[in-house]
Design a binder for this molecule. Sequence first.
Ligand code: SF4
Ligand code: SF4
Length: 440
Amino acid sequence: MKLGTFKGGIHPNEGKDMSKDLPVKTVLPKGELVYPMSQHIGAPSKPVVAVGDHVLMGQTIASAGGFISADICCSVSGTVKAIEPRMTVQGSRCLCIVIENDHQYEPVPGFGEERDYTMLTKEQIRQYIKDAGVVGMGGAGFPTHVKLTPKEENKIDYILVNGAECEPYLTSDYRMMLEEPEKIIGGLKVILSLFDKAKGIICIEDNKPDAIEVISNLIAKEHRIKLQVLKTKYPQGAERQLIYAATGRKIYSAMLPADAGCIVDNVDTVIAVYMAVCKSTPLIRRIVTVTGDAVQTPQNFNVKTGTKYSELVEEAGGFTCQPEKIISGGPMMGIALFDLEVPVTKTSSALLCMSHDQVAEYEPSACIRCGRCIDACPSNVIPQKMMLCADRGDYEGFEKLDGMECCECGSCTFVCPAKRRLTQAFKQARRTVLDNRKKK
Ligand code: SF4
Ligand code: SF4
């Protein structure tokens, strides 16, 4: 089989050996649960419970606040303790519902009941996905029921399941492919039932041979599903790079994958679709990789959403030393954390605890025009020139250089010998351009 790939990219230290071989461990929350109203792209959800209410596991506690938004369901049973701003992973306060766990895990009626998706209409399937609060769990958090309702349903040719997991250190999708592959195939079949002419492609990097074997055995008799093995390279799992590597189709910043006839969902999202439609179970859990050299026993945890990160560190045996850097997510695209008393949300993928902060060790110096950033860039832009514009605040020039095509992957920063904070500057410039566009 020809390996799928793309131009550019980098090969950082994978760091996956730390956590990849231990089975996922289910942990139950000890303290209160915190559910931010903004844990997806789009309008914040609106609370539909009040302080003092008794709630059940799986109950909707907040409903979608707009067309692009998502419901939030409670992951435990207990009492609504507060509805107030709390700190989140983003480093800012956001309205949250706080639940006092009664540790009974009493479910809502119908929770976990079997459903045969082949007996459901497309509208019913989309409604069940919406009611379950499913959003993209690969990081972006785009509401899945919206993604699965494109303007022109018949123009969707491919449903891509993103099993690349190209971010270093992360192994939660890998574990799911080994431990719950039937649910991945099941979820993909549910999605395929919404798009009559589409084919499913499960995309896995070639550094996961055992996952490739498990999935290829399971799909041997599935005529609408195939496997695409991808070259191991960062950022292979980024939407544009994945679509190109698996289908040869190109998309740009102004396009949606659906414009190129594709829909991309990551492994855990597809499992969430399966659970929502076939098992009447809303999205109330998350598989989180807790790893890094500052953690005693790196491993993956099956966690109830709303659980605080500090509890996960405790479950992993605590710290081996005072970590210099803690990241929510992977080292390339994750967010630095300064407080572990923040909750796991639908989009939390990992907690990376490092004894040394390698970025802080180096001061950036002047560009030596080596061109390494250009070779590494998967978006075919010229980071070195974009940096000149970003530094000057020349946003028009930044746009003319196709700066908006940057996917903020961090590859240029990673290879830059002058340790210039390129990606950080591009994130800021892109945000300013988008804000200016909105004002116009
Ligand atoms: S990699 Fe760094 S030093 Fe080399 S051209 Fe790019 S910005 Fe300049
Ligand atoms: S962060 Fe942007 S400019 Fe840098 S390599 Fe990635 S896509 Fe290219």
